[in-house]
Design a protein around this ligand. Structure first.
Ligand code: NAP
Length: 244
């Protein structure tokens, strides 16, 4: 039987590349989207036309009811969820003095609460089966902090703490929980950066390039695979050596 992966934020960027990679590796893929319905549906059509198994599922991950409905839909169609990748995320930039409370809360609602909801929604199923892998998305800025990205960095540091706690709590239930903390990766999320800023970032990176969504997708795939069966509570940072 094919394994099933549910990927949040799979309509664009890293999540989209991840859905493609897992589908090509033979997984049944549930593609979560929030606003980019058309992009998600195009991806589903592309993958199914290639003989892969894929479905789209809508949910704003910050909305608990929508997340539980999404998980129910995936379980109804695919009967089980082997891998949950909590990839959906948003960023905003600005001086801490300019941040409104709403700016702050919106980041945490998606980047942290979104993972809490998704994990709680899949856990009864995974605990019942005594198996499962949960992978969360942090960032190098969750490891080291970024100027003018305080809310984002704090939310991504929270993801690491959540991942480590869950790994300890869920290990006895046969569930691995790990975190991927990418470096700068070419997606819409960094489209606001100037070419000069990206070039400076590239120059500071030992491997002398910005990451691709596929680089990060491969890290997710490794953590989902049996090659990572004895790995839990870890943070893997595909970042070209930017942080060593
Ligand atoms: P992206 O290109 O901006 O795509 C974001 C994805 O998240 C989209 O599919 C979007 O879906 C989804 N999303 C946003 N808010 C959502 C919500 N409320 N509910 C459900 N889905 C939601 O971002 P990315 O670069 O691929 O980032 C993916 C993850 O990697 C994020 O957690 C990000 O923080 C992390 N990361 C990225 C970088 C980077 O440099 N790109 C570096 C480190 C970490 P819709 O379009 O359908 O709304």
């Amino acid at each position: 039987m094919k394994k099933t992966v549910l990927i949040t934020g799979a309509s664009r960027g890293i999540g989209r590349a991840t859905a493609r990679l897992f589908a090509h590796e033979g997984y049944q893929v549930a593609i979560n989207y929030h606003k980019s319905k058309q992009a998600a549906q195009e991806l589903e059509a592309e993958l199914t036309s290639e003989g892969c198994t894929a479905m789209t599922v809508h949910a704003d991950v910050s909305n608990r009811d929508q997340v539980f409905e999404m998980v129910d839909k995936v379980l109804f169609s695919y009967e089980q969820i082997d891998i949950l990748i909590c990839n959906a995320g948003i960023a905003n930039y600005g001086l801490i003095t300019d941040f409104t409370e709403a700016d702050w809360r919106s980041i945490f609602a998606v980047n942290v609460d979104g993972i809490f909801h998704a994990v709680q929604a899949v856990l009864p199923h995974m605990i019942h089966r005594k198996a499962g892998k949960i992978i969360t998305a942090s960032s190098i800025w969750g490891l080291s902090g970024a100027s003018c990205e305080s809310a984002y960095s704090a939310s991504k540091a929270a993801v690491i703490g959540l991942t480590q706690s869950l790994a300890k709590e869920l290990g006895p239930s046969g569930i691995c929980v790990n975190c991927v903390a990418p470096g700068a990766t070419r997606t819409d999320m960094i489209s606001g950066f100037s070419p000069e800023a990206l070039e400076a970032f590239r120059m500071e990176t030992p491997l002398e390039r910005i990451g691709t969504p596929e680089d990060i997708a491969k890290t997710y795939l490794f953590l989902a695979s049996s090659a990572a069966d004895f790995i839990t509570g870890q943070v893997i940072s595909p970042n070209g050596g930017y942080i060593i």
